[in-house]
Design a protein around this ligand. Structure first.
Ligand code: NI
Length: 427
C-alpha cells in the first residue's frame, strides 16, 4: 500500500527542515519520500493534510502502561508513601487480564495524543505485549525485576522468556528489554544479573535512577556511593541504558552516563506531582547527554500526553534557571522525537520523517484555533499544541487513528475490560 500525505506543513525533525506545503509518501511500512510534492506520484491512498502540521509520532520513553487502572489513586503524596501505601498493595491484586486492558487503555490514550512508540516497564508483560500488538503501536517492553534476596530470580526468568517469545514481534513493533527497577528495590546481585541478561540477549536496560533525594541518601548510607555509581558497578551501563528521572545526579554521575552513551528519560510532570524535584537538564544537555521525555505511569501524572511533557520541559527549566533560552522549542521537540528514538535504540528507524525510516507519522488538525496562524511551526507545536490536536496517526505504515477515530482499538470494549479489572482489584 502506497500512501500520499499531501499539503502538510511538514516538520521532519531531520535537522530543522520544514516544508511549508510538503508531501510525505509511504510504501508499506516505510517512508519513501519527504519534500515538496513531486510532479507525478503513484499511490493507493490519498490523505489531504489541508495545511495541518505533519510530523514524526512522539516517543514516550518512560511509562508503566497498565497503571492507567490506578489513575487518580494516592494523589498528593511523596514517592515513598505513594508507592508503599497506595500503589504496591493494589498492584499485588492485578492479574493478566487487568494488565491487558490497562495497556490497551494506555495505547488508546497515547494514540489519541500523538504517541507512536513508548518504553514500558511493568509485569504480566506478555499481556502488555499482546495489547501493544493489538493496538499496532511500537514499544520497548521490559518485565520489571525487583527483589532484594533470591526473590528476583523468578522475575528475571520471566523477563528472559518474554525476550525469547516477543522480541521483534509484529514485524519489529515490539522490542524486549530488561529492567532492574531501582537501587532501592533491587539487591546489587539482582541488578548485576539483569545487566548480564541484557548483555546475553543483546538488548537494552531500563531503570529508575536517582528519582528522589531519599533514594540518593539511602544509597549513600548503604553503599557509600551514588545510585549511578552502584548501577555502574553492576554493569548496567555496559548495555544501552534508559535511565528514568535522574533528578539528583552529581557531576560524576553525569560523566558516567555520557561516557557510556546512556540516555535519560526526563519525566517533569511525575517529578513535580510526587514532589521529587527538578532534574538538572541544563547540565545534562551541556554534557551532550541524550535527554528524552517520559510521562511515567498514569498514577503519577495522571495523563499520557507527550505534548504536555514537551511544554512543561520547555517551560520548567526556563523558569527554574531564569533563562528564557534554555530548552528552546526545537530542543523540546527533539527530546520527544529523535532523542526518544535514540533512547529506545530505534534511531535508525523512527523519530524523523525521512526516506527509509518507518512510517510513524502524525497529522495535527489544520483547523485547531490554537494552531492558527503558524508563524513558527516548532513553537506552535511545543507551546500551543496538545494531544487533542492530533487527528490522524500512522505507525509502520498502518493507520491507527483517522480523523480522531481509533482504527485498531475498540474503546467500548476497553472500558468494559477496565471497569471489570477495577472491581477485581477493589477500587
Ligand atoms: Ni517510573
Amino acid at each position: 500500500m502506497k500512501t500520499m500525505i499531501d499539503h502538510g506543513l511538514v516538520v521532519t525533525m531531520d535537522g530543522v527542515t520544514v516544508y511549508e506545503d510538503g508531501c510525505v509518501l509511504t510504501d508499506g511500512k516505510a517512508i519513501s519520500y519527504v519534500g515538496p510534492k513531486p510532479e507525478s506520484v503513484d499511490y493507493d491512498r490519498y490523505i489531504d493534510a489541508r495545511g495541518g502540521i505533519v510530523m514524526p509520532g512522539l516517543i514516550n520513553t518512560h511509562t508503566h502502561s497498565p497503571m492507567t487502572l490506578l489513575r487518580g489513586v494516592g494523589n498528593d503524596h511523596a514517592l515513598n508513601e505513594w508507592l508503599n501505601d497506595y500503589i504496591f498493595p493494589l498492584e499485588d491484586k492485578l492479574d493478566e487480564k487487568a494488565v491487558y486492558y490497562g495497556t490497551l487503555l494506555a495505547c488508546a490514550e497515547m494514540i489519541k495524543s500523538g504517541t507512536t512508540a513508548f518504553a514500558d516497564m511493568y509485569f504480566f508483560s506478555e499481556s502488555a505485549a499482546k495489547a501493544v500488538l493489538a493496538a499496532g503501536m511500537k514499544a520497548n517492553i521490559s518485565r520489571c525485576v525487583t527483589g532484594t534476596h533470591n526473590d528476583y530470580k523468578n522475575r528475571l526468568a520471566e523477563a528472559r522468556a518474554l525476550f525469547r517469545d516477543y522480541n521483534g514481534a509484529g514485524d519489529g513493533l515490539i522490542k524486549i528489554e530488561h529492567s532492574a527497577h531501582s537501587v532501592y528495590s533491587c539487591s546489587k546481585d539482582a541488578i548485576r544479573k539483569v545487566a548480564e541478561a541484557a548483555q546475553l540477549d543483546g538488548t537494552g536496560i531500563h531503570i529508575h535512577l536517582s528519582e528522589t533525594m531519599k533514594e540518593n541518601r539511602d544509597c549513600y548510607s548503604r553503599y557509600g556511593k551514588s545510585p549511578t555509581e552502584v548501577m555502574l558497578d553492576c554493569g548496567v551501563f555496559d548495555v544501552r541504558a534508559n535511565a528514568a528521572h535522574c533528578v539528583y545526579l552529581s557531576e560524576n554521575d553525569m560523566d558516567i552516563l555520557k561516557s557510556h552513551d546512556a540516555s535519560v528519560a526526563h519525566n517533569p510532570t511525575s517529578n513535580l506531582k510526587l514532589a521529587s524535584g527538578v532534574a538538572n537538564v541544563k547540565e545534562m544537555l551541556e554534557k551532550d547527554i541524550n535527554v528524552s521525555l517520559g510521562t511515567d505511569g498514569s498514577a503519577s501524572n495522571n495523563a499520557l500526553d507527550m505534548f504536555a511533557e514537551m511544554k512543561l520541559a520547555g517551560l520548567l527549566h526556563k523558569g527554574m534557571r531564569l533563562d528564557p533560552k534554555l530548552i528552546p522549542a526545537e530542543t523540546a521537540l527533539y527530546m520527544a522525537t529523535a532523542g526518544g528514538a535514540k533512547t529506545l535504540g530505534r534511531q535508525n528507524e523512527t523519530g524523523m520523517l525521512k526516506a527509509g525510516y518507518c512510517a510513524d507519522v502524525i497529522i495535527l488538525d489544520a483547523d485547531a484555533p490554537a494552531l492558527v496562524p503558524v508563524n513558527d511551526p516548532l513553537s506552535t507545536l511545543v507551546y500551543g499544541g496538545c494531544g487533542g490536536h492530533v487527528i490522524t496517526s500512522m505507525i509502520n505504515g498502518q493507520i491507527v487513528m483517522e480523523n480522531r477515530e481509533l482504527k485498531t482499538l475498540d474503546m467500548a470494549d476497553i472500558k468494559r475490560g477496565v471497569i471489570a479489572a477495577r472491581s477485581r482489584i477493589g477500587l
